[in-house]
Design a protein around this ligand. Structure first.
Ligand SMILES: Nc1ncnc2c1ncn2[C@@H]1O[C@H](COP(=O)(O)OP(=O)(O)OP(=O)(O)O)[C@@H](O)[C@H]1O
Ligand SMILES: [Mg+2]
Length: 503
């Protein structure tokens, strides 16, 4: 982009010298011979910078400065002054002049100062404009007005410019994946791939090949050569989601790949070199896992160079309103509905809820209400029961509200011996959507065996729940109110592969 500069001086020779020095340095230059002409030109056209003499006929530089700044405060004004008028020049900075230059003007010095002023100015402008805007692909938005999220945005902004590993921490559903995407799509790697590996969804015996690839025949079932995710992400970003779920054996191999930027595919004797940026995420307590020897300290330090912590939604309730409205817009489009807003009493429920599933839970709640709501505003009656039962806002008859949305509840704890670690029971909307579970499940009374029937029920329940949450372990665990460890153990027991339920 070419900057436009206006040179204002009644001394014709000086004007010409200055104008030619700037033109030679790729500025677009206009001239004016007094303050009045300068003001006319500035109000008529678009200038980035004005070089302004002080003593001129008709209108003085000081007066012109005031008028120019009043017209457009973003124009940079540099004062040209003889030593005798240096006091005026100092005064002029109080009126908004950026700086002053002493006559006689040296061309080199002039160009340098003009460039410096424009650069400093542009930086200030960029920072003021860009703070919370982080770009994401496909119209997805990153919503957040709370101070906590503003801090996260500014960290994303900084970290997207470097290549160092980033570890994103935060409870389930707080937006870790969104942060990883924001880092990638705002980085110089944005035109290359963003590749995600969900470490918790891959069986231990396949994870090495998933990361690093394998040669044909490297192990039973490896009937063709396969490229690993590290190589696939070459030049781009590799997002290691749920990094806390990889075994120590795989951790060693990951560490080596991160340190040396090289790895050996399974069954190969040839090293592959790659250039990937690593972003990892987890909601597990890695420090505690290190103490228990479940997570390698050296890998932790390798990843934790630049940590980002996403606060849970209950610690930034200011964002609830904004997020809820964002999701309403989104679902209006998806469901071809036209819900115009949220009733204040509904908002009270949303603000009061503890959101163990964070933003994903909020998104699900809004979608649930969306489907149920028949009016054009989300009323409390359309909220899932779990939100209604813990809070009663003033002026709302909770008894009535509760009856209106009463849904079948599963009272059995499905034989799980672990006590639930996510306090809240959030199964109502899940139960409502377990198609096939109630109808399709026939008790086997030929074999009056409690264990056999219970297992059959568990299996079907887990499959339905996985389908509902798109094969995602964390979400399923939260919404079906089953500790993740128990869920993983049961999936293994029944041979259920979560990934198969991803759409
Ligand atoms: N600040 C936000 N603005 C808009 N949408 C958000 C925001 N944070 C999260 N979301 C949405 O909430 C959902 C959950 O976010 P995401 O998948 O990034 O969470 P996560 O921390 O990776 O969860 P998990 O630990 O369960 O994998 C996504 O649909 C995401 O688009
Ligand atoms: Mg995630």
């Amino acid at each position: 982009m070419m900057y436009r500069v206006l040179v204002v001086d009644d001394d014709r020779d000086l004007r010409l010298t200055v104008a030619s020095a700037l033109s030679e340095n790729h500025f677009e230059v206009d001239q004016a011979e007094n303050g009045e002409e300068a003001v006319n030109r500035v109000t008529a056209g678009k200038y980035d910078l004005v070089l302004l003499d002080v003593n001129m006929p008709k209108m003085s530089g000081m007066e012109a400065l005031k008028e120019i700044k009043a017209h457009d405060p973003s124009i940079i004004v540099l004062i040209l002054t003889a030593f005798a008028n240096i006091r005026d020049a100092v005064e002029s900075t109080k009126e908004g002049a950026y700086n002053y230059l002493e006559k006689p003007i040296k061309a080199d010095n002039l160009v340098y100062l003009v460039e410096k002023a424009l650069k400093a100015h542009r930086m200030v402008k960029d920072i003021a404009m860009s703070s919370p805007v982080v770009k994401l692909p496909g119209g997805t938005e990153f919503v957040g007005q709370s101070n906590e999220m503003k801090k996260v945005f500014s960290v994303i902004d900084k970290l997207s410019r470097v290549d160092t590993a980033v570890l994103i921490r935060g409870e389930s559903g707080t937006g870790k994946e969104l942060v990883a995407q924001a880092l990638h799509y705002n980085s110089p790697r944005k035109d290359n791939r963003f590749v995600t590996v969900n470490c918790s969804a891959i069986p231990d015996n396949l994870i090495e090949s998933e990361f690093f690839g394998h040669e044909k025949g490297a192990f039973t079932g490896a009937d063709s050569r396969k490229i690993g995710k590290f190589q696939y992400a070459d030049g781009g970003t590799l997002f290691l989601d749920e990094i806390g779920d990889v075994t120590p054996a795989v951790q060693v191999k990951l560490l080596r790949a991160l340190q040396e930027k090289k790895f050996t595919p399974v069954g190969s004797n040839r090293e592959v070199e790659v250039n990937v940026r690593i972003i990892a995420a987890t909601n597990r307590p890695l420090e505690e896992m290190i103490r228990k020897n479940e997570f390698r300290e050296d890998l932790f330090y390798r990843l934790n160079v630049l940590p980002i912590h996403l606060p849970p939604l209950r610690e930034r309730r200011n964002d609830i309103d904004h997020l809820a409205r964002y999701f309403i817009d989104k679902f209006n489009q998806a469901h071809a509905k036209n819900i115009i807003g949220i009733a204040p009493s509904t908002m009270e429920y949303l603000k009061a809820h503890n959101w163990p599933g964070n933003i994903r839970e909020l998104e699900n709640v809004i979608e649930h209400s969306f489907v149920i709501e028949s009016g054009n505003e989300l009323m409390p009656e359309s909220l899932p029961e779990s939100l209604l039962k813990n809070y009663s806002p003033q002026g709302v008859d909770t008894g009535r509200v509760l009856k209106a949305v009463a849904m079948p509840q599963i009272s059995d704890d499905l034989g799980s011996n672990d006590s639930a670690d996510d306090g809240e029971n959030d199964s109502s909307d899940l139960v409502a959507s377990l198609e096939g579970l109630e109808n399709g499940f026939k008790l086997n009374f030929d074999k009056l065996d409690f264990q056999a029937n219970k297992e059959e029920f568990e299996k079907r329940f887990l499959i339905s729940a996985l389908k509902r949450f798109n094969g995602r372990i964390n979400q399923t665990a939260i919404h079906a109110n089953i500790p993740k460890k128990t869920l993983l153990r049961k999936l293994e027991k029944y041979g259920i592969v979560a990934r198969e339920y991803t759409e």
